[in-house]
Each structure stands twice: as C-alpha cells, then as structure tokens.
Design a protein around this ligand. Structure first.
Ligand code: DQA
Length: 144
C-alpha cells in the first residue's frame, strides 16, 4: 500500500477556531478523521502531522524521502516565504501537492505568491477541507 504523509504547518491546529469565515468551522481533528476514512476508500496509508515549527516540517519532509511515497502539504504562511521548506521539497524528489483551505489568490497580496509551488507537482486551494481530499485522490492516482 502506498504511504502518504499529510503535513500541516503553523496555526493549522487552530482550524475551526481561527477565522472561521475563512477556514471553516470544522476542527482540524474532524477534517483529519474524514481524510482518514477517505484514505481507506482510496486504499492508501496516511500519516497526518501538524507543527508550528519550520524545522520540524523540514525534518518530516526529509523523513518522507525514505519513508513515504508522496506528501500533501499545507505549509500555512511558510508557503509565502520559506525558502528552507522549498529547498527541502526540492531535495527529497518525491511528489508533493501543495494545498490550502482558502483561495489564497482571492486574499491579501502577500498570499498570492507561493515560493513552494514551483517545486510541487500541483496546487489545490480554495475548497476548504475538500482541498485535502482532492489532493489525496490526485496523489493516490499518480502513485498507482
Ligand atoms: C493557508 C493559507 C495561508 O496563506 C495561511 O497563512 C494559512 C492557511 C490555507 O490553508 O488557506 O495559515 O495555507
């Protein structure tokens, strides 16, 4: 069975509480539970993690090099400026899908730029929790 790592970056532990008008009212735990069910349907194994720390996310990306077949990544605000995360993605040569709950292009100008998009295989944003399931499906298909 293919193994997919789902990584959430800073402040995503507060989804459900944080700006519900932007990120929705469902908690990250509820979103994760739905994603685990969907993974069973897709017959892929998933491991979901969250950290508010850039270095932790980088360590997990390095771990993915040997332990996982692909990654679904919501890097939160790091998306817009972390060259270190971008380099980690480029270093591991595994398929990574960038996801965002919100449509970052319809928001503040600083969110229009992603420094990680060029090293990801694709980007899904603006579909709320479905951004994760769409990415999981795309990655599962790609890994078949
Ligand atoms: C986000 C969008 C980012 O701009 C923001 O900093 C986040 C969440 C999203 O999922 O919509 O923390 O990645």
């Amino acid at each position: 069975m293919k193994k997919i790592l789902v990584l959430n970056g800073p402040n995503l532990n507060l989804v459900g509480i944080r700006e519900p008008g932007v990120y929705g009212k469902q908690s990250i735990d509820v979103i994760n539970a739905g994603l685990r069910e969907y993974a069973k349907e897709l017959e892929v194994e998933i491991d979901i993690r969250q950290s508010n720390h850039e270095g932790m996310l980088i360590d997990w990306l390095h771990e993915a090099r040997e332990e996982f077949d692909g990654v679904v990544l919501n890097a939160g605000a790091y998306t817009h400026y972390s060259y270190a995360i971008r380099d980690a993605i480029a270093a591991i040569s595994k398929p990574i899908i960038e996801v965002h709950l919100s449509n970052v292009h319809a928001r503040d100008e600083f969110r229009h730029k992603s420094v990680i998009s060029p090293v990801c295989i694709g980007v899904i944003c603006g579909f709320g929790k479905n951004s994760y399931s769409l990415a999981l499906k795309a990655l599962a298909d790609l890994l078949k």
